[in-house]
Design a protein around this ligand. Structure first.
Ligand SMILES: [Zn+2]
Ligand SMILES: [Zn+2]
Length: 271
């Protein structure tokens, strides 16, 4: 028996690029056989609808609206809804799981976290940091930025990636680092659910809450690509042609390492 989870989902209540409200997703995920979803709206530095000058506690209350909307409908209809968020740095995005609204209310410094502070604080609180779509490239991204020492897991398939090679590279990266895998839809619109473009992960046990979900991802309960719900053939390429943007690798203090990415992939994990 395996339980299926969406790991990457946006709501229009606080993600500026999303069009669906939290509750609208619930029937689609139930129909597709999911046990739960994690709501991961764009956080403070991301594409948020929220006024950054709101007092912190008010900001957090607004930020949680999409999650709470989904959770209420999920509770009514029988789908677990967990809390998370997606923060962005220099075009590199991270999904944070396992912390909750109460924790956020008490930690306004989260707005100014560096990647290192994010990793350390989330680790101290028992949560999990996943590098989302690490090789996604766009015109506005000047450099692909990797921080292999400051993450717990890698999102190796993202339904929103335009090129399959991005996912293939992410899988090679995760395997080289020996890090746990994740996959998610990065869903912003109901149309994606209607089209059946839903990704996710299979877990052998049902996490009771957001903290348990985070712990299972971090512990590598997603044991390989067979535990990913993805489009067939999605990870079959090698991704050799998929890197067309300069890339930098950061060490644990966020200083760039002077190392070629392909050498890094070949050479192993000792950065
Ligand atoms: Zn978005
Ligand atoms: Zn996202």
């Amino acid at each position: 028996m395996a339980y299926l989870y969406e790991t990457h989902l946006h709501t229009c209540q606080s993600s500026a690029c999303a069009s669906a409200a939290g509750r609208e997703y619930i029937p689609y995920y139930l129909d597709a056989g999911y046990s739960g979803i994690v709501v991961t709206d764009h956080f403070f530095r991301g594409n948020s609808t929220l006024d950054p000058y709101l007092p912190w506690r008010a900001w957090v209350r607004e930020f949680c609206r999409g999650y709470e909307d989904a959770r209420e409908e999920g509770a009514r209809r029988g789908l677990d809804v967990f809390f998370g968020w997606e923060e962005t740095f220099e075009g590199d995005d991270y999904l944070v799981y396992g912390l909750d609204k109460e924790w956020l209310l008490e930690h306004p410094e989260v707005r100014r976290w560096t990647r290192r502070e994010q990793y350390q604080a989330v680790q101290a609180a028992g949560g999990c940091v996943v590098h989302a779509h690490p090789f996604r490239q766009h015109d506005y991204i000047e450099e692909v930025c990797l921080a292999p020492r400051l993450i717990d897991a890698v999102e190796v398939a993202n339904a929103g990636n335009r090129e399959q090679g991005y996912d293939a590279l992410a899988l090679r990266y995760a395997e080289k680092l020996g890090l746990p895998l994740s996959a998610g839809s990065d869903i912003h619109h109901i149309e994606q659910a209607e089209a059946g473009e839903l990704y996710g992960v299979y877990l052998r046990e049902k996490p009771e809450n957001s903290a348990a979900f985070a712990a299972m991802i971090k512990a590598g309960e997603v044991r390989g690509t067979a535990d990913l719900r993805i489009e067939a053939g999605r990870l079959e390429s090698r991704g050799d042609e998929a890197l067309h943007t300069p890339l930098k690798i950061l060490d644990e203090t966020e200083q760039p390492i002077s190392r070629n990415f392909w050498d890094f992939l070949r050479a192993g994990t000792n950065t």
